[in-house]
Design a protein around this ligand. Structure first.
Ligand SMILES: [Mn+2]
Length: 238
């Protein structure tokens, strides 16, 4: 009797999202913005908020989940990139910083896809040996009175990079940051630069990092294509 070929449906990737913390009814809670949840779902994945306290825990998480999304948040702690804190820097809590670093290293070790957004590109850059410019005052559209889901500035993309293949040679992005990578980390490629010359995206193999918030521009096919690409690469990752 001929063996019937079974159709294997495409696996639905589960995406670990780095937790952020706040206080709710006098209790510390771990969360991620709804826009990240919606973004991952729009790309075909299932989002889950994670926090790691030890290397061992991060390693277990990296085995369970298919990919890591390092979300936005407060400033990177300057000690992480061997700098002294300047006046306008507002560092994240120490355990959140530690969790981001542990998760990033663990998923990198597993060679699973990693997407860094906003604080995500900054902490990944810092871990990889880059430094940060601690304050620029013209890349926050909130301060300029622009809506959250609006564009703010253009970027030009580096020919041949994965991110350029998604966005084309030029695209509009939003901007909600006051810090930015000072240099591209060793081994990474500069994928996008803002019209005024700041680093807006870098990449290295499965690791894609953007300074803007694509999850707030889900109405734009290019920004949606980034999460579709990321989630489908998570589905393929071993
Ligand atoms: Mn910007």
């Amino acid at each position: 009797m001929p063996v019937q070929k079974k159709e294997h449906p495409m696996k639905t990737p589960v995406i670990a999202m780095s937790a952020r913390s706040t206080e709710h009814y006098h209790t510390r809670v771990f969360y991620d913005n709804e826009s990240y949840h919606d973004y991952v779902k729009a790309g075909g994945g299932i989002p889950a908020v994670v926090k790691a306290d030890t290397e061992e825990e991060a390693e277990k998480i990296s085995r369970i989940f298919d990919a890591l999304l390092v979300t936005g948040g407060e400033d990177v702690i300057p000690e992480t990139y061997h700098a002294v804190q300047e006046e306008k820097t507002e560092p994240i809590e120490e355990d959140m910083e530690r969790s981001d670093i542990l998760l990033y290293n663990a998923f990198k070790k597993q060679n699973k896809p990693i997407l860094g957004i906003c604080r995500g590109i900054q902490i990944i850059g810092a871990v990889e040996g880059s430094t940060l410019i601690q304050h620029i005052d013209h890349h926050n559209q909130r301060v300029e009175g622009k809506a959250v889901n609006d564009y703010f500035h253009s970027c030009s993309f580096t020919e041949g990079t994965t991110i350029q293949k998604i966005f084309g040679s030029e695209a509009m992005v939003n901007s909600f940051h006051h810090q930015v990578l000072k240099e591209v980390p060793l081994g990474f490629t500069l994928s996008a630069v803002s019209e005024d010359g700041y680093i807006e995206a870098i990449e290295k193999g499965h690791i894609l990092c953007v300074q803007w918030h694509p999850e707030r521009l889900l109405h734009d096919p290019k920004h949606k294509a980034l999460i579709t690409y990321f989630v489908s690469s998570a589905a393929k990752a071993e």
